[in-house]
Design a protein around this ligand. Structure first.
Ligand SMILES: [Zn+2]
Length: 112
């Protein structure tokens, strides 16, 4: 897949997840709270500059090497919360994301 397209798709999924998380956890409507807005901004910037984009399969790998600890913890919470719920909201995106995440998890487990 073309790298630019991959980047855009990744950013789209991350934005959806943060939006969902903020709406449900922080009870915002339409707009993100300042914390989540900052997280989204950070995630976008990381994704835009990610040197692994060409090789990595998806964003779930990314926080492992390039997020600073504070943001990594936040994005983990977002993914843990929104990951399963994305199935209901954006089934196509969510399924692809889950398939990738699962594949990576299995790969990691077999390597250990
Ligand atoms: Zn929020």
């Amino acid at each position: 897949m073309e790298v630019q397209h991959k980047r855009e798709r990744e950013q789209q999924v991350v934005a959806c997840m943060i939006e969902l998380y903020c709406r449900k956890q922080h009870h915002t409507k339409g707009e993100l709270c300042p914390d989540c807005a900052a997280l989204l901004e950070y995630a976008r910037a990381r994704s835009a500059r990610c040197p692994f984009m060409e090789h990595k399969t998806f964003c779930s790998q990314c926080p492992v090497h390039c997020y600073k600890p504070e943001m990594r913890e936040k994005i983990r919470q977002v993914m843990r919360f929104s990951g399963p719920r994305m199935l209901l909201v954006h089934p196509g995106l969510a399924l692809r994301h889950m398939a990738e995440t699962l594949r990576q998890k299995l790969q990691k487990e077999t390597q250990q």
